[in-house]
Ligand binder design. Structure first.
Ligand code: GDP
Ligand code: IMO
Ligand code: MG
Length: 427
């Protein structure tokens, strides 16, 4: 296998973890490069369901190195709980390593995220309230804590002198939230140091260098999706990191020349959790049917996911800005009981009649857009046991071939069920 990045090509929850798990058998090093515990990644294998938030989905295989890169934000207690859960399920976490450069989500990040969401009258994002935005704000504002700080008393003390007065002023005067004493933060940092100690890879430069020199196969696991990307997504209704393939380079420490393939992951329809524009959203019984059959409830927050027909305008945009070289289509089995399936190929501006074939990035006009649909016939057959493209029902083949025609890149994997085995590999 080539060095591959797995990228969500919609608004997250496309089934990235299933594809990462599938390809991880052929990889030596699996790297999570951005995001934090806002992610909820599900793998179903050997009749067991595993849920991940921060730990790369490759951890289910023995002998792999799973690395949480510098581009991530880590909430120590969530990380600790995830490890405990995996160990309880009999998973060996020996291969897990964390970059000392990853950022730490502090309690005040979660408190301010929750406060902003709960008190917003207008402009609510619908975040996961896991402190992701506030952690990245502090990182970019150069007042964040990195994991390496936990192991240097001097660094921690120096940083606290700068960060604590600023933080407390903001917490008190802007948010009206409780402030922190120096001793409280130092005590927390002592606890965090213990949590991370067995996993921090201080020799990460050597690890990456060795992986490069010895030609190890590297799999990069993205979280969220292209439409949630801070630069290219439906801003401001996005997350605060770069899920696109470029994020794999900045978030891992490997340069772009190492990446050979970028596999986008899309559902056969589309979902979104939280606020923000959604041109093909179905608020009727068809949307409810997709949610029921597809079990569309958030892995991290349990919130019902908004559901809609496949949006090829978004897919083509994602193929461009996400740098995709092939696409995976998941959850096509969810259509097994549908008489007809709609596919959005363009948007129409209801004010002017203008047709948009390319994705309009100004989301404030999306409320004026309606989808231009083509209608495909359903197949009314259970396809969850099919393992080759040729034996799929004719109407499913027509739908997939049409998607491929619109994408102008190949479909490399089709997923017909949550289980590792329920997969059709095309390439
Ligand atoms: P991720 O965040 O992209 O890794 O995706 P999630 O794990 O949040 O959500 C995808 C959900 O769909 C999970 O519950 C998966 O087990 C499930 N899933 C993945 N692929 C398929 C598929 O092809 N068919 C069905 N029915 N479910 C799938
Ligand atoms: P995975 O990796 C789906 C969404 C939130 C919200 C927005 C910002 O499982 O695909 P944040 O907490 O990141 O500041 O929230 O992004 N969001 C996700 N939606 N899947 C995810 O991750 C998501 N991570 C964040 O619902 O709309
Ligand atoms: Mg998810």
């Amino acid at each position: 296998m080539k060095n591959t990045v797995i990228v969500g090509a919609q608004w997250g929850d496309e089934g990235k973890a299933k594809i990462t798990d599938l390809l991880a058998t052929k990889a030596d090093l699996i790297i999570r490069y951005q995001g934090g515990c806002n992610a909820g990644h599900t793998v179903v294998a050997d009749n067991k369901t595993y849920k991940f938030h921060l730990i790369p989905s490759g951890i289910l295989y023995e002998g792999k190195t799973c690395f949480i890169g510098a581009g991530t934000v880590i909430h120590p207690e969530t990380f600790q709980n995830e490890i405990k859960d995996l160990i309880r399920q009999g998973i060996d976490v020996k291969g897990l390593k964390i970059s000392p450069l990853a950022s730490i989500t502090m309690p005040y990040h979660i408190e301010t995220d929750g406060y902003s969401e709960d008190t917003a009258v207008k402009g609510k994002i619908g975040t996961t309230k896991k402190g992701i935005g506030p952690t990245y704000i502090d990182k970019i504002g150069r007042i964040g804590f990195k994991i390496e700080d936990l192991y240097s008393k001097e660094a921690l003390e120096e940083k606290l002198d700068i960060i604590l007065p600023l933080k407390n002023k903001t917490l008190k005067e802007i948010y009206g939230l409780k402030t922190y004493t120096r001793d409280e933060i130092l005590e927390l940092c002592r606890q965090y140091a213990d949590i991370f100690r067995p996993y921090v890879e201080f020799d990460w430069q050597n690890m990456l260098s060795e992986a490069k020199k010895s030609g190890k196969t590297i799999l990069f696991e993205g979280a969220q999706g292209i439409m949630l990307d801070i630069d290219y997504g439906t801003y401001p209704f996005v997350t605060s990191s770069n899920p696109i393939a470029g994020g794999a380079c900045t978030g891992s420490g490997f340069g772009p020349k190492l990446v050979e393939e970028v596999i986008g992951v899309s559902k056969a329809y589309i979902t979104r959790v939280g606020e923000g524009p959604f041109v093909t959203e179905l608020t009727d019984e068809t949307g409810d049917k997709l949610r029921d059959i597809g079990h569309e409830f958030g892995t991290t927050t349990g919130r019902p996911r908004r559901c809609g027909w496949f949006d090829a305008v978004i897919a083509k945009y994602g193929i461009l800005v996400g740098g995709l070289t092939s696409m995976t289509i998941t959850k096509i089995d969810v259509f097994d009981d549908f008489d007809e399936i709609k596919l959005c190929t363009a948007y129409k501006d209801t004010r002017t009649g203008e047709i948009y074939n390319d994705y309009p990035t100004n989301v404030f006009i999306h409320k004026y857009l309606e989808p231009v649909y083509e209608t495909h016939k359903g197949w009314k057959t259970d396809i969850s046991n099919i393992r080759s493209f040729d034996t799929l029902p004719e109407n499913a083949k027509v739908y997939l071939k049409r998607l491929e025609e619109l994408f102008e890149i190949p479909i490399s994997i089709i997923s017909v069920g949550p289980d590792r085995e329920q997969t059709i590999l095309l390439k």
